[in-house]
Design a protein around this ligand. Sequence first.
Ligand SMILES: Cc1cc2nc3c(=O)[nH]c(=O)nc-3n(C[C@H](O)[C@H](O)[C@H](O)COP(=O)(O)OP(=O)(O)OC[C@H]3O[C@@H](n4cnc5c(N)ncnc54)[C@H](O)[C@@H]3O)c2cc1C
Length: 432
Amino acid sequence: MNVWVIGGGLAGSEAALTLADLGFPVTLFEMRPAVMTPAHKTSKLAELVCSNSLGSLSSDNAKGELLFELKVLGSFLVNLAFEARIGGDKALVVDRELFSTLVEDAVRSHRNITVARAEITEVPEDVPCIIAPGPLIKEDLLHFLEEREGRCEAQYYDATSPSILTETIDMDYAFWGNRFGEGSDYLNVPLSKEEYYWFVEQLLNAREAHRHDFDKLDAFFERCLPVEEIARRGKESLAFGPMRPTGLAIPERFRDVHAVIQLRKENASGTILNMVGFQTGISHTNQISIFRQLPAFKNAVFVRLGQIHQNRFLPGVVNKFFQSKTNRLWFYAGQFTGTEGYLESIAGGLWAGINLARLLVGEELIPLPEESMLGGLVTYIEQSLPEVKQPMGVNWGLVPPAEGKKSERKQKRVDRARMAIEYAAGELDRVT
Ligand SMILES: Cc1cc2nc3c(=O)[nH]c(=O)nc-3n(C[C@H](O)[C@H](O)[C@H](O)COP(=O)(O)OP(=O)(O)OC[C@H]3O[C@@H](n4cnc5c(N)ncnc54)[C@H](O)[C@@H]3O)c2cc1C
């Protein structure tokens, strides 16, 4: 039976590869390049629209744990991300072009997948389907699904940060170095107290970029705040947030360092650097004029400027298997379900793909243990999201607390999550 996957982003590509690998013929519908979103720049599948980091690799970090779990469950995109890995210290940072190319090649060369470049506006009731249109879903499909699922629409914002040509940065005013450790994956531009306060003032007085009427909402997703919004929350908020100078071996030539702007390599060759945590919705002219007044960026050439986009998701639309509550043949995946983040989108694609495959061969759907990170995330999406209407990225708050001595609890939580996912993978394998 032919399966539809709608959306060739992170979730859709992962879902298509998962299903195709299990022997199902898949048609993957992707509307780009004929119809673009405000954030995508290419026609490639699995394009990373902003940062090129998939998150930390550390075992005690929630993203690191999710990465581990996705590897155990056999994620295709996570394996390809490791192939496209460039520096990044303890993070899984990829060459974004190479990553998308690898995904595109894997999908196109799979004998069970047909890629159809078309915009889908309606989903047939009787076709097994994974709906993964992402947060920038087009109106027609959104309205069709809202009506069909009978759920309310929630909205929130997300933002991108500027990227600069490395060779245009004045290295006399910057230094390479990672926080708390060896390596030189990050370029740091230190600011004195005086420069920092001037900078905050500029952000507060800057003009916002023009937004469409439907984008004029006064709400931000707390974990991806624009810098100007952080600055509005207090004079020192940035210095204690994305601009904190902690953990850096600052060369002696820089005195009175109060804050730093960090930049991270965006491609394997390091010719482009992306400002870390510098999402902004300030007008493009203002961004250029503010940054260029800092000596390091006096001649900076911006490859991309920050922008804010509306993101959409349908709370309450799925159960813990990412299956529609109204049509058993429809599964949802990715940011549109209310998960937040690249890795979480990949996880959604994998989980929805596994479950649709099981449904189609008449196998029981097995829930994930809540002690695992992915189990905690899908539980949140099923149970909490309909109420709180805030999307969720992985964090240790999603799994039940561990018992025992305080000093041992963190490690216990990790060990328990790993045992849980390995057990679940065994169960899933046993009957697939
Ligand atoms: C501006 C912005 C910046 C972000 N930055 C980050 C970040 O730095 N780090 C992070 O972890 N997360 C970030 N996110 C959040 C999220 O991780 C990404 O949006 C991620 O790409 C979501 O994956 P997805 O597969 O759900 O959707 P997408 O990757 O957006 O894929 C959806 C695909 O579906 C296609 N499509 C949509 N509608 C249709 C249709 N009707 N018919 C056919 N095709 C369709 C789209 O063209 C797209 O290719 C950002 C989100 C946005 C909007």
